[in-house]
Design a protein around this ligand. Structure first.
Ligand code: ATP
Length: 306
């Protein structure tokens, strides 16, 4: 197994504030790896460390087999980077700017810039400072993808893109993967990661709190359950279900039909066993998308740190 990115206890502090706290990650070569987390979780900090834009307080990283610091410009050319905050102010056209970047990164295939711009619906003849946020983002994407680098590091790549362009971006990611490129991307919009990423790391307050493939994260996902019973009292149901450890937010409404709602984390086996003795007239189990699931995860963990 080879890794395009490995980090060992990678840590960045700003004064007393820890932006990234002992990150251990291994990103397989040729995979699409997503980092998700809310604003301020440390996603941008992690990416800047990998690009040697900032230096770690402690710990280290290997990117395409080299340390970001020692790899220098040669390593940088093998990475396509989309920064989170793209500053494009010049009085140049998109085409001129990309030509400038292409001269630096070298080896941009003939016609590649036009092909990518067309796919994303970007007008290359406009001055970059007149472009909208979404169009600047497209220019940033063309710049990151155009030289088909071994590794793509994309900070919030879909922010500002409309849904159709997001779909086009996702097919660019898949094509990059088919070519053997590795894609490391961040988002706080988890639905984007869900369809694109082989592996996902959940980052929260500078720490990796979960890593897994989308299927594994789903297996531990939080599901919403709705159950209706007849011929039983609400109290008996409360007693039967109240002790189940993975059942949360339990609400039992008394009536001719006893109505129960709650959330279950992980497998629903013990819930099914617990309701089996009663007369169940309806049972619905709704899987939340990864986004709601992880948000539930954050909120259930909230308050465990300062
Ligand atoms: N140069 C800096 N000086 C001081 N604190 C910083 C600096 N850069 C980042 N931080 C802090 O480090 C934490 C992590 O920031 P980071 O930008 O990595 O988060 P993020 O997950 O990328 O969030 P966002 O989606 O908002 O960009 C935040 O609390 C941020 O305020």
């Amino acid at each position: 197994m080879t890794y395009a990115i490995e980090t060992r206890a990678l840590t960045k502090r700003y004064g007393r504030h820890t932006a990234l706290d002992g990150m251990d990650l291994a990103v397989e070569t040729g995979s699409v790896f997503g980092v998700i987390g809310p604003n301020g979780a440390g996603k941008t900090t992690a990416m800047r460390l990998l690009l040697d834009i900032i230096r770690p307080t402690s710990g280290d990283a290997t990117v395409l087999g080299e340390s970001p610091r020692a790899g220098g410009a040669a390593l940088r050319r093998r990475i396509g980077f989309l920064p989170g905050e793209l500053m494009l102010e010049g009085r140049v056209t998109g085409r001129a700017l990309l030509k400038h970047y292409a001269d630096i990164s070298g080896s941009v295939p003939e016609g590649r810039i036009d092909e990518l711009a067309e796919r994303l619906g970007l007008d290359l003849s406009r001055h970059v400072r007149t472009l909208s946020k979404g169009n600047k983002q497209k220019l940033g994407l063309v710049q990151a993808f155009m030289h088909e680098p071994a590794l793509l590091v994309l900070d919030e790549p879909t922010s500002g893109l409309d849904p159709l362009v997001q779909q086009e971006f996702l097919s660019m990611v898949r094509e990059a993967q088919n070519r053997g490129q590795t894609v490391f991307l961040s988002s706080h919009v988890l639905s984007e990661i869900q369809s694109a990423a082989d592996q996902v790391a959940v980052l929260r307050r500078g720490r990796v709190v979960k890593v897994g493939d989308v299927a594994t994260l789903r297996a531990s996902a939080v599901r919403r359950v709705v159950i209706e019973f007849t011929d039983v009292s609400a109290d008996r149901i409360r007693t039967a279900l109240g002790a189940l450890p993975q059942l949360d937010h339990l609400a039992v409404v008394d009536g001719e039909v006893v109505h129960v709602t709650g959330t279950v984390e992980g497998h629903i086996n013990s819930l099914v066993k617990a309701i089996a003795p009663f007369h169940v007239v309806d049972l619905r189990v709704e899987e939340q998308d990864l986004e709601s699931s992880v948000i539930t995860f954050y909120s259930s963990e909230a308050g465990d740190e300062n």
